[in-house]
Design a binder for this molecule. Structure first.
Ligand code: EPU
Length: 430
């Protein structure tokens, strides 16, 4: 089994560059099949979720060519309507974006349900509600979602019951070529939602209001191929901000969009971070002792749920007691046991965690229980006294490009090794 071996205690120092946004990439790559010509997508992160997505696209008949380390030429013109079966769909959550993209291109789609995950139940009822409102018949049978709009998709007024990133993007994908006008209300406003709207508009779509509560779409007949660069990953940037502050280092973080980081930066400042935002980079260090801070996660522009595990490492080492309330996922705090193993005082009651800061953490063998929890374990290991071993690297690989290489370049003592075992107890979640 592969694991990370971290010898803690070295403050991170130097420059790190942030890659393209995972949650934009996993929507934009499927969206390219909707174009009538080839697309060239730049700033594609080199992460396993993207590799899986490109494998699925290639097996569907999309011409996938890597032109540069982060640049892909994608030509979906030869694509025939495909069925995405269980084995492929289960390898990553965002396979559901093929529903919206294929529905728009072919008027029908069949994709296996992505299934639950370790953050809690992940239903797609809001995606299906939007497709149905656009005139599509949806059925779920033996774990497959079938969408049929053979009579054509028609614009509609859709008010979502909850704010969902996935449902907002899927509804946009399905509606861009629907006849007439679609209004989507109570939508997600995350930067990746806006990024998807931007590439679709460049292709010729008519989408207004992405980034606000209401998105208005006038259906168009054709979408053309485009060259497009994906936005920087706000959560990867936030993770390095947290790591720099936690270790008491001094790091310049390049290739960021400062506006996307406003909430993360303002909350980490409250925790004791000194962060200066420049046009395309952030300078990050620690101001003094880490300070207890209460947090509540909310859809954008609130504090993102995907930064909770990393931020709670700071709170675990802060003076005083913090209360963290999770507003999105029921199982966000599954990593609490792992942090406790390292000496953190962390109690969880449902979606609320109470964290009483300690003076130091001590190295221990820990597992990644999900992608962001894995990043948090690494940050904890960088701060801890002694050696920390982090297992469950498949989670970290899903969303962090060259995490170990970037940390090493900042002076971290971290190695990825294969210990020749099957992992035993270290990977507690498959
Ligand atoms: N929900 C429903 N019904 C739906 C859709 C969502 O009840 O049809 C619920 C979910 O169960 C959840 C809430 O609504 O409680 C929000 O879910 P959302 O649909 O916004 O999440 P998602 O699109 O499945 C994306 C990111 C997640 C991130 C969430 C919240 C992608 C591929 N994933 O998931 O990212 O946590 O938004 O911001 O965009 C990560 O990057 O580590 C990650 C998990």
């Amino acid at each position: 089994m592969e694991k990370l071996v971290i010898r803690g205690g070295r403050p991170l120092q130097g420059i790190v560059s942030i890659g393209g946004a995972k949650n934009a990439a996993v929507a934009i790559l499927p969206a390219t099949i909707m174009a009538d010509g080839p697309c060239v997508i730049d700033n594609v992160p080199d992460i396993s979720d993207v590799h899986i997505l490109l494998e699925i696209m290639s097996s569907m008949g999309v011409v996938v060519r890597k032109d540069a380390p982060h640049t892909y030429y994608l030509d979906g013109r030869g694509l025939v309507s495909s069925v995405i079966e269980h084995e492929e769909a289960r390898r990553m959550r965002a396979s559901y974006y093929f529903l919206g993209a294929m529905l728009s291109k072919f008027g029908k789609a069949a994709v296996a349900l992505p299934g639950g995950c370790n953050l809690g139940a992940r239903p797609i009822d809001q995606h299906l509600k939007a497709f149905a409102a656009l005139g599509c018949e949806t059925t779920v049978d033996h774990g497959m979602v079938y969408c049929d709009a053979s009579h054509g998709l028609k614009g509609a007024h859709i008010i979502f019951d909850i704010v969902s990133v996935g449902a907002t993007i899927n509804a946009m994908l399905a509606a861009v070529k629907a006849e007439g006008r679609t209004v989507l209300q109570s939508v997600a406003k995350e930067p990746h939602v806006v990024d998807v709207a931007n590439i679709l508009n460049m292709m010729g779509a008519d989408i207004r209001g992405a980034g606000t509560d209401t998105i208005k779409i006038n259906g168009v007949k054709h979408l053309r191929g485009v060259d497009y660069a994906i936005i920087p990953d706000q959560i990867e940037a936030g993770t390095f901000i947290a790591a720099a502050v936690a270790t008491g280092g001094y790091v310049r973080i390049d290739n960021i969009t400062p506006k996307h980081l406003e909430t993360i930066v303002s909350r980490i400042r409250e925790m004791g971070g000194e962060i200066t935002l420049d046009e395309e980079c952030a300078y990050v260090r620690r101001r003094g002792p880490l300070l207890a801070t209460n947090l509540r996660t909310m859809p954008h522009p609130g504090f993102p749920t995907d930064m909770v595990p990393q931020a709670t490492v700071l709170l675990a080492l802060a003076e005083g007691t913090s209360v963290v309330q999770e507003g999105i996922w029921s199982n966000r705090f599954r990593y609490a046991d792992e942090l406790r193993r390292m000496g953190a005082r962390f109690t969880v009651d449902g979606k609320t965690a109470i964290i009483s800061g300690v003076d130091s953490l001590s190295g221990a063998p820990v597992a990644s229980t999900d992608l962001r929890a894995g990043a948090a374990m690494v940050i904890a290991g960088l701060c801890a006294k002694g050696v920390t071993e982090v297992g469950g690297l498949e989670y970290i690989d899903r969303g962090y490009e060259n995490f170990v290489g970037k940390l090493k370049a900042l002076g971290a003592d971290i190695e990825r090794i294969d210990d020749g075992t099957d992992g035993g107890l270290l990977v507690r979640e498959a």
